[in-house]
Design a protein around this ligand. Structure first.
Ligand code: HEC
Length: 120
């Protein structure tokens, strides 16, 4: 076996080792999104589901709104706007650290984008 072929296989090996548990629905999250995931479960999941509307919009919708603007999610969480009049307003999360909210935003974008692709 040549060194070049061993080297070529390395990224695959690394990716296989990092593969997340099945609970992640086969989504490979970045380390920041992994951090955000736990915070999301604690603070946001009661009202936001992956692809169905609970109280607030699903992750799929948030990801498509903010795919290139994670800061926008942080701003919204600190000072929620008022868009969807069929639901109560979202409470503010200004008590949370901005860096934690940025991790949550990263999770929303990565998980929401993945959930959107899994949809039939
Ligand atoms: C008590 C329920 C509740 C919780 C908890 C909650 N949200 Fe929301 N969220 C809502 C509702 C309701 C809306 C829709 C409000 C509207 O459109 O007027 C919303 C909308 C959003 C939106 C869409 C913004 C847009 O531009 O349309 C984002 C992003 C969001 N929430 C992020 C978060 C994050 C991040 C957390 C956790 C830190 C969180 N939410 C926790 C209820 C909640």
């Amino acid at each position: 076996m040549r060194w070049s072929s061993i080297l070529a296989a390395l990224p695959l090996l690394v990716a296989a080792c990092k593969r997340p548990a099945p609970a992640d629905e086969g989504v490979a999250l970045s380390p920041r999104a992994e951090q955000g995931k736990a915070l999301f479960s604690t603070h946001c999941a009661a009202c936001h589901a992956p692809s169905t509307k609970l109280v607030g919009p699903p992750l799929t919708e948030m990801a498509s709104l903010y795919a290139t603007d994670p800061e926008g999610i942080v701003r919204w969480a600190v000072t929620p706007g008022r868009k969807r009049t069929d639901v109560p307003p979202m409470p503010s999360f200004r008590g949370m650290r901005t860096s934690d909210l940025a991790d949550v935003a990263q999770y929303i974008i990565e998980a929401g984008t993945a959930a959107g692709k899994q949809k039939p």
